[in-house]
Design a protein around this ligand. Sequence first.
Ligand SMILES: [Zn+2]
Length: 461
Amino acid sequence: MILRSAWPRVLVMPLALTVLGAPVALAAPARTLIRNAALVLTMDPALGAGELGLRERVDLLLEGDTIAQIGPNLKVPGARMIDATGRIVLPGFVDTHDHLSQSLIRGCRTDQDLSGWQRTCEIPLSRFDWKPGDVYHAVRLSTLGLISTGVTTVVDWSHGHTPRFAEENVQALLDSGLRFALAYRGKADPSVIAHMRHVKRTLIDPNPRATFQVGASPGTGPNVLPTLLAMSGLAKELGVKLHVHLLENISQTQEQVFESLAQAGALGPSLLGAHAIHLSDAEIEILARHDARVIHNPLSNMRLASGIIRLPELKQAGVQVGLGLDGGTNDTADMFSTMRAAVGLQRAKLLTASTVPTVNGVLRMATVDGAKLLDMDKQIGSLAPGKKADLIILDPRAINFAPRMEWISQIVFNGQPANVEWVFVDGRALKARGQLVGVQPAAVVKAADEVSARIRRFLFP
Ligand SMILES: [Zn+2]
C-alpha cells in the first residue's frame, strides 16, 4: 500500500507495535452495565434535572458502541459489570481545537507571546527534516494525554508539512481509539489539494470515528487570500468544515480578516473560528447572523498573552462556542484546567462571579456544545439511549476532589485528569480503573523524546 510504504518498518511489525504503545485489541464487549452511578450528567434536560439533565443512582447499559438504557436497577444477565458506586458519569469531553504534533515542542520558549513563539518554535518546523515515525510518535503521545483527561473527541488542526506528516497524524489518531476530525491545513497547490482529497478518501472516509475538515488562515495578504479562496472552495466541494485561526492576536485586526472570509464565501455554519479574541461588536453580529462557530482556548490565550475572548457578548449574540486545548501552547492536556480558566478569565476581567460561563455553562461547552459546534450532537455530547457510548467516569474519592459539597462545581474547580477513572469511546474502554488500556506509556514517551531531542537541536543549535 502506497501510504504504508513510507512508514518505518517498526510501525508495521506487530511486536514493535506493542513496544511502541499502539493499542492492542480494543473490541467493545457486547454489553457493559455501568452500575449504580451516584450522579450522571446526561447533558440532556429532557432526561434529568436542570440544564445538565442530572440523574442520581442510576445504571447505564452500553450495547456495542451505543448507549442502550439509563435507569435504576437495570437487570442485564451476562453483561460486563462496572461498579460506579460513589462515582460521577458524564459525556466525554470534546476538544474542538488542538495541534497534536506540538507535543514535541511543549515548553518551548514560554517567555514569548504568540508571534515570538511562532517565530522561534513553530514556523521553523516546516523546514525540519521529519523522519518516518516522528509525527506518529508525537500524536501518539498527545492522544494518550487526551484520553487521560477524559477527551473522547478531538479536532486536530494539522500543519501537514509533508504528505507523510498528515498520514502519520491520521494513523496515530486511528490507533488511539479516539473519535476525531483531522483539520488538514492546505495550500493552493494542486499536489497538496490532491493529497488532501486522497487522505479524506482513503484514511478518513472508511473510518466511522473519523471526519475531515479543511484548515486555512484568513486575511487579504497576497500570500494568504489565494489559499483561503482555494481552501474555502475545497471545503464546500467536500461538504466539510473550514477551520481557521480567527483574530487570535491583536495585530491581526489589521489583516481584513472578515473581508477575506466574506470574499471566500466562508461565513456560515461550516466555519470554525479558533480563538476569536479581538472581535468588534459588528464582527460578533456577523458571526451570529451566519451561525459561524467559535472555539475558546483559554490556556493558550493566557500563556501567549493573546487576550481574553468576549465570551459573554458572543453567547448573548447566540454564537455557538466550544472549548479547545490548542496543542503545544498550553503545554498540557487538561480539560479541567481549561474549564477552570474559561470561568476564571471572565470573572477576573469583569470583576464579577455572575458572568458567563457559569459552572453549568462551561460543562456544557466542554461536552454538548462542542458536539453541536461540530454538528455531531445527534451522536455525541450527551448521554441518552441511541447516542454513541462516549463517556467518562470520575472517581471523586480523591485527595483533590473529596469531600462532597457541590460535585458539579467540584468537577470544574477541583477536577484533575487523575480523577478520570474510565474513558469509553464507542463503548470501548480506552482508560480503565485509572490506567490507559493496551499501551505502554513509557515507550510512547521515550519515542517522542527521541524526536523532540532532534527538534531541540534543530531549533536551538
Ligand atoms: Zn491553534
